[in-house]
Design a protein around this ligand. Structure first.
Ligand code: FES
Length: 204
């Protein structure tokens, strides 16, 4: 097994489409009609890009909040959403319980309910492997176990003059499967990372 390459600091990477054209905030599907995924900061670390909305699929402001890590009792500051409606957020797409990812881990839009240990719930990121549930409107905080850690946040930057989006750092617990946030894989070459739009398994 080759040693991990890792990074010495988080890179700023522009979000682009599969042809290399910049993703605009207005391109991000509202309420997970498509699951937009991009790797960051390493080539084997997938993340979800979500434009969160209300029951009418209008983007809603996602406020900054303090998130608790139940496993340790520690807290960190989630910066809130970005974009013209402050509705766009990004989280690790690797479940913090035992590492399931797409399609088992996905966003359940308003009106589409996941079967969680707290009953049917919409507006959650839910993992069908063992039932972990996260609240993407509140920093991907833990709603139900078995996970004891929130999904790590990718902090985004939005340029209002161009509508372009950038990934700038990660916040929160260590990404599942990595010894720390910056090792266990290969850095992404260049200054952009491509966003893939996949169907949302929650929408059947
Ligand atoms: Fe997601 Fe276990 S890996 S709940």
């Amino acid at each position: 097994v080759p040693p991990s390459v890792g990074l010495t600091s988080f890179p700023t990477l522009q979000l682009v489409d599969e042809n290399g054209n910049p993703i605009k905030a207005s391109d991000v599907p509202v309420n997970g009609q498509k699951m937009a995924m991009f790797n960051y900061p390493l080539s084997n670390e997938p993340n979800y890009l979500l434009n969160l909305g209300n029951d009418s699929n209008q983007p809603v402001e996602i406020p900054a909040t303090t998130v608790t890590i139940p496993a340790t009792g520690k807290t960190y500051e989630f910066p809130g959403g970005v974009g013209p409606s402050k509705s766009i957020v990004a989280y690790s797409a690797i479940c913090e319980h035992l590492g399931c990812t797409y399609p088992e881990l996905t966003f359940y839009p308003p009106g589409v309910k996941a079967l969680t240990f707290n009953g049917p719930m919409d507006k959650v990121i839910h993992c069908s492997c063992h039932g972990s549930t996260y609240d993407p409107y509140r920093g991907a905080a833990v709603v139900t176990g078995p996970t004891t850690k929130p999904l790590p946040t990718v902090q985004l930057k939005w340029d209002p003059s161009t509508d372009y989006l950038y990934a700038v750092t990660m916040i929160g617990p260590t990404i599942y499967g990595h010894t720390d946030d910056l090792s266990g894989g290969s850095p992404i070459s260049g200054n952009s990372t491509s966003v893939t739009m996949l169907s949302n398994p929650a929408l059947g």
